[in-house]
Design a protein around this ligand. Structure first.
Ligand code: DGL
Length: 280
C-alpha cells in the first residue's frame, strides 16, 4: 500500500474550485489533484448517460494518478453519475477506491438551516430534474418542504465573469422571484451548484434583509470530508501530507488559470490534459 497519494477533486470545470477552496482551508495538510473538464463543460444540460461517461473517464484518470479517494465537487455529476459509479464500477474494477459527492453531505445538515422547515434548492437543470436533493432530503428530513428552481443562465454569467455586473440583474432577479413565489415560508436557499456562491452579493440585493439564509456547500463538504477521513484510516493512511496542490484542465490552461483564481481565491497554475490522448 503506497503512501503519499492525493485526494482527487473533480468538477466539470471551474466551479469545484469553490468547494476545493473550503477543503484546502479545512484540511491544508493533504496533497490534492484537481481536474476540471473544461473542454466538455458545462455539464448542466447534458443527458444522464453523457454526464456519467464524462465523469467516469475523469474519475478513472484521477485514480490512475494515484488518488484513492475522489470528491465529485460538482452537483450535476453527483446527481447524475455518482450512484452508478459507486454501485456499478467501484465494486467490480476499483474495490479499494472511493468516490464521494456533494449532495448527501448537504442533505445531512440541511435541517440546521431552516426554522420554517421550508427551503428552496437552486441548481442546474440537470441537478433539479434529477430530483436528487428532493429524494435525499425527504429520506433524512421528511418534515422539510423542498421547492426547486433551475437557473440555467447563472453558470454562463459566472463563467464569463459577468455575474456582478448590472447585466446579470435580470436573470438573478428572475430566478429568485420564481423560487420565492413558490412558498412565502422559504427561509433557506441552498446554492446547489458550485458556481452560485460567487453570485451571493447579487442574490442578496433581491431578497429582504436577513430573512433568507443563502447556503453554499464548500464548508459543508469540507466538514464532511474531514469526518470521513477520521472514520476511514484505510484511506487516510495512503494520503500524503505535503500540502501539494496540482491542477489539471482538459481545456486551455492559460484561460483556466485566469478564470480559476476567481473561484479559488488565489493564483492557480494548471497543466493541460487532453481528451484525445490516452491520458484521459
Ligand atoms: N459544477 C456544476 C454544478 O455544480 C455547474 C457547472 C456545469 O453545469 O457544468 O452543477
Amino acid at each position: 500500500m503506497s503512501a503519499g497519494q492525493s485526494i482527487g477533486i473533480f468538477d466539470s470545470g471551474y466551479g469545484g474550485l469553490t468547494v476545493f477552496k473550503s477543503i484546502a482551508k479545512k484540511l491544508p495538510q493533504y496533497n490534492y489533484i484537481y481536474l476540471g473538464d473544461n473542454a466538455r463543460s458545462p455539464y448542466g444540460d447534458h443527458s444522464f448517460e453523457t454526464v456519467y461517461q464524462y465523469t467516469l473517464e475523469c474519475v478513472e484518470w484521477l485514480f490512475a494518478q494515484g488518488c484513492p479517494l475522489v470528491i465529485l465537487a460538482c452537483n450535476t455529476a453527483s446527481a447524475k453519475a455518482l450512484r452508478s459509479i459507486q454501485q456499478r464500477v467501484l465494486p467490480v474494477k476499483y474495490p479499494n477506491h472511493r468516490v464521494l459527492g456533494v449532495i448527501r453531505p448537504t442533505a445531512e445538515v440541511i435541517g440546521n438551516f431552516t426554522e420554517s422547515k421550508t427551503i428552496g434548492i437552486l441548481g442546474t437543470r440537470g441537478t433539479i430534474n434529477s430530483e436528487s436533493y428532493l429524494i435525499e432530503i425527504n429520506k433524512l428530513f421528511p418534515e422539510i418542504n423542498v421547492h426547486q428552481q433551475s437557473c440555467p443562465m447563472w453558470v454562463p454569467l459566472v463563467e464569463n465573469n459577468e455575474h456582478l455586473d448590472p447585466g446579470a440583474d435580470y436573470f438573478v432577479e428572475k430566478y429568485i422571484n420564481e423560487i420565492m413565489a413558490k412558498d412565502e415560508r422559504i427561509d433557506c436557499l441552498l446554492l446547489a451548484c458550485t458556481h452560485y456562491p460567487l453570485l451571493i452579493p447579487k442574490i442578496r440585493t433581491f431578497l429582504a434583509d436577513g430573512t433568507v439564509t443563502l447556503l453554499g456547500q464548500g464548508d459543508i463538504v469540507a466538514d464532511s470530508l474531514s469526518k470521513y477521513l477520521q472514520k476511514h484510516p484505510e484511506i487516510t493512511q495512503k494520503l500524503g501530507q505535503d500540502a501539494k496542490r496540482n491542477f489539471y484542465t482538459s481545456g486551455d490552461q492559460v484561460f483556466f488559470d485566469k478564470h480559476a483564481s476567481i473561484f479559488f481565491g488565489s493564483d492557480v497554475s494548471s497543466r493541460h490534459v487532453s481528451h484525445n490522448s490516452s491520458q484521459l
